[in-house]
Design a binder for this molecule. Sequence first.
Ligand code: SF4
Length: 317
Amino acid sequence: MQDLIDEIADLKIKNNATILAHYYQEGEIQDIADYAGDSLNLARAATKVQTSTIVFCGVHFMAETAKILNPEKRVLLPDLKAGCSLADSCPADKLARYQEMLRINGRNFQTVTYINSTAAVKALSDWVVTSGNAEAIIHRVPADQEILFVPDRHLGQYLQEITGRKMILWDGACMVHEIFSVGDLLVLKRKMPGAVTLAHPECPANIREHSEFVGGTEAMVKHVAGFAQPTDFLVATEANMMWRLQKEFPRHRFHPVPGITCACNKCPHMGRNTLEKVRDCLLYGRPEIEWQPEFDRAREVLQRSLLNPEPVGAGAV
Ligand code: SF4
């Protein structure tokens, strides 16, 4: 394995490349990355990259976002088939028809879209949010307008609870976060009464309501940093996050909240990327994310939402 890691390091220099990795990638991929983070920080990091090539170790919509924010750079995704069940749950043509139906019915709304969506869906939106900035963006939508939140109904429901804004929720969900077992969580909590439960806001309400902390992956890291004494944490998010937390905080112990059908929840889409595929994409210069017509409009929305959040007037879609 060391040979492979050395080969990637050489190829990275030869290709003038930077490797970005999401926290849901296997630890060995996070280890070789120049920067590991959540969706928001990776999107922001992508705009600061100095090299001509970005290797994005994550799923397709993330690499697409990096390309949209860096049109002049070559963005490689180790496996082009690394998709996302949540993004798939909101096809752009279906969303466009639904928005049209709302307008015909006289509804005055803005569309707030979770970053886990295709560029074509982002292009139909007023705002793009991540779990890290969603609350702040929701507060920017004028009070006299409704919010159509897509595609994650659980995150939308959570945002309704914390902001008090009622929303029209798209019926999508993440296959990983939706299947945590509340029964097993309660068993673990009884076994470890001092443990602190951390849940991602993509989890359903029955998991969130038994959690001491709800937040995205970067917020989890910040929250755990505040515990000086060794502590047990029960973690309800993609299982590779445990690797990140354990590496940063060796004084604590992290336990995955089991899924209904397995002991831990790993995202099969994220899992498509391997060290061999990282090497190969640097070696052959593909798969590459190519510029698509809808990227221009998606770029405006992404820049406003993630890099330079300014209020949007009515009917901005
Ligand atoms: S963990 Fe869920 S939301 Fe994240 S990439 Fe996998 S399927 Fe998509």
